[in-house]
Design a protein around this ligand. Structure first.
Ligand code: 6LW
Length: 507
C-alpha cells in the first residue's frame, strides 16, 4: 500500500475528482476566477502528484473575466470513456455547464461545449455535474440543482436537489427535462453527485450539509442509473462535524480503485488553526482516505492528517523557460500581464492602472501551500511601483509594495485600510511576506497565524514594517471558496521581479 499524504494536494484545490486510466490517476479541482483554470494532477502511486496542465488555458474556454468573487470554475468531474478524457464542470455565473474533451489529460482540451436544456433555451441549470455512461453508451449528467440564474442570493437559495438528465454528447443537448433523484438524508445543500456502476449495482454518492463544518458524504444504491435509489443505512459515510479531528469540512468526494486494489475516496477538507481551530488559512484542499466495502456498501474512513515534508521553491526567471504551470492570474492569464522577454532574468509586470483591490489586477501568483510559510521576492521598481501580495480576493489582501522612494505595507481587509511606510533608497529591494504561528512575541493567543511584512534594501538590513493577524485571510472570515494566493503585482509602470523564493512546512 502506498503512503497517503494528507493534504494529498496542498493549497486551495477543492472539489477533487479522480479517474484511473491504465494504472495512472488523473485528478481535477476547482479554480473559480483564476486562470489557467482546472488543473490536472497525475500520479502512478497516489503518493507523488505532478501538475501536468490545465483544462482551460485559452481565452473563451471559461467565461471568468467578469464573474463575481467566488464564481467561475466550480467542481469538475473527470472521466475516461471510449479512449477520450471527459470533464464536465459549471462555469458559475460564467458560461454555464460545460463539457470538455481531450485525448491526453495534459491537454490540449477542447474549447468546451455548453450542455443545453432539452428545449435548447440555454445551459442546464445546476452545479457539480457528473458524467457517466451505461453499458449501452447512454450518457447521464447528474448534478446539484442549485439555480444560479441571476444574482446568487444566499438568503434565497433556490435548490432543486440532485437532478439528472440523459444527454446527447453529439449535440450537447439534454434528451429530457431533469428528473429528481435521491438527495441525501435531509441535510442542506445536496451536491457533488457522482454515479458509479460497481459490481452490477448503481451507486449515487453525494455531499450534503454544506461545505463548511457540517460537510458530509452520503450514498445510495439502485439497480438502474436513474434510480430509484435507496440510501445506505450508515449515512453519512464520513463527516468531521462535531469532532476534534484536525481535518474539518470533509466532503465532496469521488471514489476510485487505488493502487494495490485499495478503494480510495478523494475529498475536500480544511486545516483550521487557533485556540478553537476556527480559521482555515489555506482554504479547502484535496485529501484522501481509504474505503472498505461491507454488504455492498462502502465505508469511508475519517481523514487522517499526514502532512508532506516542507518545501523550498527558488525561481530565477529566464526567457528560456516559460512560467511553470503553478503560476495563476486573476480573471486573466499570467501571460496577459507579464512577460519574460523584455528584460532577461526578470519577470516584468506591466501596470495598467489596476491594483490588488480590483477584479483584474496585474498579478501573477501561486497558491500558499503550507501553514508556516515565507515568500521573498527581489524587485526592481526603478521604472514603476508594485510588490508582493497575499490575497483571498479583491476585498481581503495584504501587500508589501515598493516604488517612488518608499516601501509601504498595506492591509486591505473588508473595507478597512491601514498602511505602514518607510523610505527606500534606490530601486531594488527584497520584499518579505512571512506567515508564522502566533505566540512568538505575539499578544494574541488564538488565531491561525500572523503575517510579518518586511523588506531588505540591497546591501542593507531587514526592516520589519507590520504584523497582521492572519485570521482575516481565512475562508471563514473572507467567506471565499478559494484560498490564499501569493503573488507579485504592479500598479504603476513596469515592475521587474528577478527572483522568487518560497519555503514552508506544516505542523
Ligand atoms: C461547489 C459545491 C460547493 O460547486 O461549493 O459548497 C461549490 N459546495 O460543491 C464551489 O466549491
Amino acid at each position: 500500500m502506498t503512503t497517503l499524504y494528507n493534504p494529498l494536494i496542498n493549497g486551495f484545490h477543492p472539489d477533487p475528482s479522480v479517474v484511473e486510466v491504465g494504472g495512472v490517476y488523473y485528478l481535477a479541482t476547482s479554480t473559480f476566477e483564476y486562470l489557467p483554470g482546472i488543473p490536472i494532477h497525475r500520479s502512478t502511486d497516489f503518493e507523488t502528484w505532478e501538475l501536468i496542465g490545465h483544462v482551460a488555458t485559452r481565452p473563451g474556454q471559461l467565461g471568468v473575466e467578469d464573474v463575481p468573487t467566488g464564481g467561475g470554475a466550480w467542481a469538475p468531474t473527470i472521466r475516461h470513456h471510449d479512449g477520450v478524457f471527459h470533464l464536465v464542470i459549471t462555469d458559475a455565473m460564467g458560461r454555464g455547464m460545460l463539457h470538455f474533451t481531450a485525448d491526453d489529460a495534459a491537454g490540449p482540451w477542447s474549447d468546451g461545449d455548453l450542455l443545453s436544456k432539452v428545449d435548447g433555451t440555454g445551459t442546464i441549470e445546476g452545479i457539480d455535474p457528473d458524467i457517466a455512461w451505461d453499458a449501452g453508451g447512454t450518457c447521464y449528467i447528474t448534478f446539484s440543482g442549485l439555480q444560479l440564474t441571476g444574482a446568487l442570493d444566499p438568503n434565497q437559495p433556490a435548490h432543486l436537489g440532485i437532478q439528472q438528465v440523459r444527454v446527447d454528447l453529439g449535440t450537447h443537448r439534454a434528451l429530457e427535462e431533469p428528473r429528481s433523484l435521491w438527495s441525501g438524508t435531509g441535510l442542506m445543500f445536496p451536491e457533488a453527485p457522482h454515479l458509479y456502476e460497481i459490481d452490477g449495482a448503481w451507486y449515487l454518492m453525494i455531499a450534503e450539509g454544506g461545505t463548511e463544518r457540517g460537510h458530509s458524504i452520503s450514498i445510495a444504491r439502485s439497480d438502474a442509473p436513474e434510480g430509484p435509489f435507496d440510501g445506505a443505512p450508515g449515512n453519512p459515510l464520513v463527516s468531521a462535524r462535531s469532532t476534534p479531528r484536525p481535518i474539518q469540512n470533509t466532503g465532496h468526494g469521488d471514489l476510485v480503485l487505488g493502487p494495490g486494489g485499495q478503494w480510495l475516496c478523494v475529498l475536500l477538507g480544511v486545516r483550521p488553526r487557533s485556540g478553537t481551530r476556527a480559521f482555515s488559512a489555506l482554504g479547502r484542499e484535496t485529501f484522501v482516505t481509504p474505503v472498505s466495502w461491507h454488504d455492498g456498501w462502502p465505508a469511508i474512513a475519517p481523514v487522517e492528517r499526514n502532512p508532506r515534508p516542507g518545501t523550498r521553491v527558488e525561481i530565477a526567471f529566464t526567457p528560456d523557460e516559460p512560467l511553470d504551470a503553478e503560476w495563476v492570474g486573476i480573471r486573466r492569464l499570467p501571460t496577459d500581464v507579464a512577460d519574460l522577454g523584455s528584460r532577461p532574468g526578470a519577470l516584468v509586470l506591466h501596470a495598467d492602472g489596476t491594483t490588488p483591490s480590483d477584479p483584474r489586477p496585474v498579478f501573477v501568483g501561486r497558491r500558499q501551500e503550507h501553514l508556516n510559510n515565507s515568500v521573498t521576492v527581489r524587485v526592481d521598481v526603478s521604472d514603476g511601483v508594485g510588490g508582493l501580495v497575499v490575497r483571498y480576493d479583491e476585498g481581503f489582501h495584504l501587500e508589501i509594495e515598493a516604488g517612488g522612494g518608499a516601501v509601504t505595507a498595506r492591509a486591505a481587509l473588508g473595507g478597512l485600510l491601514q498602511e505602514w511606510s518607510a523610505p527606500l533608497a534606490g530601486g531594488v529591494a527584497d520584499l518579505h511576506l512571512d506567515s508564522v504561528t502566533p505566540g512568538a512575541g505575539w499578544r494574541m493567543v488564538s488565531t491561525s497565524d500572523v503575517f510579518r511584512l518586511a523588506f531588505t534594501p540591497v546591501g542593507g538590513a531587514r526592516a520589519e514594517l507590520a504584523e497582521v493577524d492572519g485570521r482575516f485571510l481565512s475562508s471563514e472570515v473572507a467567506e471565499s471558496f478559494t484560498g490564499r494566493v501569493i503573488g507579485v503585482y504592479a500598479v504603476e509602470g513596469d515592475v521587474a521581479v528577478t527572483s522568487w523564493t518560497a519555503e514552508g512546512d506544516d505542523d
